[in-house]
Design a protein around this ligand. Structure first.
Ligand code: RB5
Length: 151
């Protein structure tokens, strides 16, 4: 499973730390940028990562901006994406177990490096529990079908 990673300028430094952590830990990943601290628009990077995950080329995604809010809102506009904005390890685990989240969103200006990497670890080592949660995830897909266009 390859992990898609992306950020805007506000999340660039944490994104670099996350890529280093993934490399050290042996997780294959693809870095979609941004590649420096010059100002860019977070929807562009959220879209690239979200499309890669929704299309199945990448198993999970990690997105970072200043707060994590812009990238999570943007990614969740893509059909098939369940992006979870998590700033604690419990939420990161539950987002996988209960919500089958496929993208983790983080805010570089909200959490420090140590906690952020623990959150990433928690997200990547948890998996969907299924069972009673499956019909709830299916209901989210029904909402997509009813309310998102197909273009
Ligand atoms: C950029 O200044 C900042 O607005 C962005 O990184 C993010 O926090 C948006 O949600």
């Amino acid at each position: 499973m390859i992990i898609a990673v992306g950020s805007d300028h506000g999340g660039f430094n944490l994104k670099q730390e996350i890529c280093a952590f993934l490399k050290e830990s042996g997780y294959p990943y693809k870095d979609f940028g941004t590649n420096n601290e010059e100002s860019v628009d977070y929807p562009d990077f959220a879209l690239a990562v979200a499309q890669g995950v929704a299309g199945g080329e990448y198993g999970l995604g990690i997105l970072v901006c200043g707060t994590g809010i812009g990238v999570s809102i943007s990614a969740n506009k893509v059909r098939g994406i369940r992006a979870a904005l998590c700033h604690d390890t419990f939420s990161a685990r539950m987002s996988r177990e209960h919500n089958d989240a496929n993208i983790l969103a983080l805010g570089e200006r909200v959490v420090g490096r140590g906690l952020a990497l623990d959150i990433v670890r928690s997200f990547l080592t948890s998996s969907f529990s299924g069972g009673r949660h499956s019909c709830r995830v299916d209901k989210m897909k029904t909402i997509e079908d009813r309310h998102l266009g197909r273009s």
